[in-house]
Design a protein around this ligand. Structure first.
Ligand SMILES: [Zn+2]
Length: 233
């Protein structure tokens, strides 16, 4: 059963009987200081203590120590920015192999873009686990699905709850609901072929009964879904 929490800009906690999965970790709390010039491109309009991951977890009675798996939909700055909390705790850090390779490759080329060295350096030597190929079932009912499109190793999460509902957490593969109709992503597009194929796959899956899309950057997200400490079922 997933619990949706307000980890800016993105994130969700999946409370599973076999372990707790944190999907994405939001932005670095010191972003303005540590991001460098990219701050001009992605300025955060609001970040308070409430937006710290520790405080979001506290709202549902948890600490970073209580998390069993950290899954990255991709490693951009608004998704990997507070993952440093989990490195020394030796929590499994899980990403698609192509994503970790691409992010570290860009860092070495000095073309970091929407990735941040501060995030990646902090996770160097962590308990990384990568998967290759299309689908990896992390726990029963929790599938990590490769889509690419936005970044070379972008994944989405397909979660089936005990109540029999399905949720597709799109990460940044789909930023906004408008993309579903337009099938266009503007300058946030990585690979058009992967994007169209992945988008059609998501649209097809969303036709299944009791299936919902959770689009992290949708400004109307809070109207559609409950905020922590309430949860999706
Ligand atoms: Zn992104």
């Amino acid at each position: 059963m997933p619990i949706w929490t307000d980890i800016p800009v993105t994130g969700a906690l999946i409370e599973h009987t076999d372990g707790r999965i944190l999907m994405d970790t939001g932005s670095n709390p010191e972003a303005k200081k540590v991001w460098g010039p990219v701050w001009e491109v992605f300025p955060m309009t609001k970040f308070t203590d409430e937006n710290r991951l520790e405080n979001q977890l506290k709202m549902i009675g948890l600490k970073p120590e209580d998390i069993d798996y950290v899954v990255f939909t991709h490693l951009h700055l608004d998704h990997a920015g507070q993952a440093y909390l989990f490195k020394d705790l030796k929590k499994p850090l899980i990403a698609h192999k192509r994503e970790l390779m691409w992010a570290t490759y860009l860092m070495y080329l000095g073309k970091i873009g929407a990735y941040q060295s501060v995030d990646l350096e902090a996770l160097k030597g962590g308990e990384w686990f990568t998967f290759d190929g299309e689908i990896f079932e992390l726990l029963p009912g929790v599938e990590l699905m490769f889509v690419g499109g936005h970044t070379p190793g972008s994944i989405i999460l397909k979660v089936t709850t005990e109540a029999g509902n399905h949720y597709l957490f799109t990460g940044d593969f789909v930023h906004l609901p408008e993309e579903l109709e337009r099938e266009s992503k503007g300058w946030l597009l990585g690979d058009i072929d992967e994007y169209i194929t992945g988008l059609r796959k998501i649209k097809l899956l969303s036709k299944r009964p009791r299936t919902n899309l959770v689009i992290s950057h949708d400004p109307k997200l809070w109207e559609k879904y409950p905020k922590a400490p309430k949860s999706l079922r």
